[in-house]
Design a protein around this ligand. Structure first.
Ligand code: UDP
Length: 318
C-alpha cells in the first residue's frame, strides 16, 4: 500500500513543524508549503533527509498545486501578537485567500482537511471558560482584528466549502501553546519571559499581570490535532490546557524553573488584550478522549534546553 500524503501549509512554523514530525512518525509522507514569513527552515532542518518529506517555498495567497494529497492541514498564518501586528495585511490575506487556496486543493483531490483556528475567535470573552458554542466578543476594527477576524473568516470559508463543495473539514481552536521551536523574539509571553529570565533582564509584565491564560505544552496540543484529524467532527473543537494562570503567576513559574533573580517590571497593557482565557475542553474529552498531560512547570522545564540554546545562538551572532 502506498503512503498517504499530507500537505501542511505553514509547516515551517512552530506548530506546523511539530505536526510534520507527528505525521511522519505515523507513516505519512508530508509536503510542506511555507513562504517563511514567520516560519523558519531551522524548524525542519532535522527532516531534510527524511524519505517522504518535501519542502516547497511558496506563498499560498497565490493558487498552488503540489499534486495529489490525501489530507490538507492548513496551518499557515502569523500567530503571535507581535507578528500579526508587523504583518497585518499578510495575516488577513493568508486567512482569506490562503484559506480558499488550501480548500481548493482539498476539493480538487477529495482530501480531508483540518484548519488551525484560535481562541482569539472568542476575543475578550464574556463567557468563561470558553465553550465552542460561544460566539465571542471581538473588536472588528481594533489592532488585533487583523488576526481575529482573519481566523473567524477562515472558519466561515471552511464551513462554506463543507456545505457547498462537500469538503470533509475539521476546525481546531488552539489556545496558548508553548514549547521548543517557538521563535525567541515573537513577543509571546513564554519566550519573552524565558529569554529575560535567562539573561537576568527585567520580566516585562503587561498591565497588572492579573489577566489570565491557560498554557498547553506542544506535545499535548499536537496529540489533540492528530486525534481530531482522525475524527469526523465538522464543528470547531477547543484544544488547550484548562489550567489557568495569571500572567504574574506565569512570570513566577518562569523565575522558578530558570532559577533566575530577574525583577518584575510592569509595562502598559496592549489594546484589546483579553482579560481572561481558558478553554472548556469537555467536547475534546468526550469526542477525542483527549486530555493534556503536561503541567506548566513540567513543560517549561522541558523547554529550558531549547530556549537556552536560542538565547546563546542569538548572543553569538551579536
Ligand atoms: N504579556 C506580558 N509580557 C510579555 C508578553 C506578553 O505580560 O512580555 C502578556 C500579554 O499582555 C497577554 C499574555 O501575556 O496578556 C499573553 O500574551 P501572548 O502575546 O503570549 O499571547 P496572547 O494570548 O495575548 O495571544
Amino acid at each position: 500500500m502506498s503512503r498517504q500524503r499530507a500537505l501542511v501549509t505553514g509547516g515551517a512554523g512552530f506548530l506546523g513543524s511539530h505536526l510534520c514530525d507527528a505525521l511522519l512518525g505515523e507513516g505519512w509522507s508530508v509536503v510542506v508549503v511555507d513562504n517563511l514569513l514567520t516560519g523558519r527552515r531551522a524548524n525542519l532542518a532535522h527532516l531534510q533527509n527524511e524519505s517522504g518529506f518535501e519542502f516547497v517555498e511558496k506563498d499560498i495567497c497565490e493558487p498552488f498545486d503540489v499534486g495529489k494529497v490525501d489530507f490538507v492541514f492548513h496551518f499557515a498564518s502569523p500567530a503571535s501578537p507581535v507578528d500579526y501586528h508587523l504583518h497585518g495585511i499578510p495575516t488577513l490575506k493568508v486567512g482569506s485567500l490562503g484559506t480558499f487556496h488550501a480548500l481548493d486543493v482539498a476539493h480538487k483531490y477529495g482530501a480531508k482537511y483540518l484548519v488551525s483556528s484560535t481562541s482569539e475567535c472568542y476575543g475578550d470573552p464574556l463567557e468563561h471558560p470558553q465553550k465552542e458554542t460561544y460566539w465571542g466578543n471581538v473588536n472588528p476594527i481594533g489592532p488585533r482584528s487583523v488576526y481575529d477576524e482573519a481566523k473567524r473568516f477562515t472558519e466561515a470559508v471552511t464551513m462554506a466549502y463543507r456545505r457547498y463543495h462537500k469538503v470533509d473539514t475539521r476546525i481546531v481552536r488552539i489556545f496558548n501553546t508553548y514549547g521548543p521551536r517557538m521563535q525567541l523574539n515573537d513577543g509571546r509571553v513564554v519566550p519573552n519571559f524565558m529569554k529575560q529570565a535567562m539573561l537576568g533582564e527585567p520580566i516585562t509584565v503587561y498591565g497588572d499581570g492579573r489577566q489570565t491564560r491557560s498554557f498547553c505544552y506542544v506535545s499535548d496540543e499536537i496529540d489533540g490535532f492528530m486525534r481530531l484529524a482522525k475524527s469526523a467532527e465538522p464543528l470547531p473543537v477547543n484544544i488547550g490546557n484548562p489550567n489557568e494562570f495569571t500572567i504574574l503567576e506565569c512570570a513566577q513559574m518562569v523565575l522558578k524553573v530558570t532559577g533566575s533573580k530577574s525583577q518584575i517590571r510592569y509595562e502598559p497593557l496592549p489594546q484589546d488584550d483579553p482579560k481572561q482565557r481558558r478553554p472548556d475542553i469537555t467536547k475534546a474529552r468526550q469526542l477525542l478522549e483527549w486530555e493534556p498531560k503536561i503541567d506548566l512547570e513540567t513543560g517549561l522545564r522541558r523547554s529550558l534546553d531549547y530556549f537556552q540554546q536560542a538565547v546563546s545562538e542569538e548572543a553569538s551572532v551579536r
